[in-house]
Ligand binder design. Structure first.
Ligand code: THU
Length: 139
């Protein structure tokens, strides 16, 4: 299984493929499945702004379209374009909700500021969440 350090390294490589001419804030993500497959993504912005997509969702949708479903962790790195990492980048609220669709509370989220690794979980990032379970209860 890939190490946390190697997953973060892949997120850093993915960040180099960001398209962020408007915010100039580049983000990379690397998502690993329980079986060890890794899918990466970077944020892709748009002149109309709202069609912009975060790195995490690019990684998730790429993985889902490839048939992956069982996810164990995601590494996320972000910072000013062309600059080294300086601070932790946490997944935005929309990405947390996308994760919730496919991941349980124990899904691991790794961040780094370039020096230290911070690990949290989806359950900590999105407590009391609305999930597919809610609709099943009502179905
Ligand atoms: N962004 C991500 O890709 N992931 C995050 O976790 C936070 C924000 C992107 C969206 C936008 O392209 C840029 O960073 C600035 O918000």
């Amino acid at each position: 299984m890939i190490s946390d350090e190697d997953l973060i390294s892949l997120a850093k490589v993915a960040r180099t493929r960001s398209y962020a001419p408007y915010s100039r804030f580049t983000v990379g993500a690397a998502l690993v499945t329980a079986g060890g497959r890794v899918f990466t993504g970077a944020n892709i912005e748009n002149a109309a702004y709202s069609p912009s997509v975060c790195a995490e969702r690019v990684a998730f949708f790429t993985a889902l379209h490839a048939g992956a479903r069982d996810f164990s962790a995601i590494a996320v790195v972000g910072g000013a374009a062309g600059e080294p990492l300086r601070s932790f980048t946490a997944p935005c609220g929309v990405c947390r909700q996308v994760m919730r669709e496919f991941c349980a509370d124990g899904f691991r989220v790794l961040m780094t500021d370039g020096e230290q690794i911070r690990e949290t979980t989806l359950g900590a990032l999105l407590p009391e969440s609305f999930s597919p379970d809610n609709l099943r209860e009502n179905g």
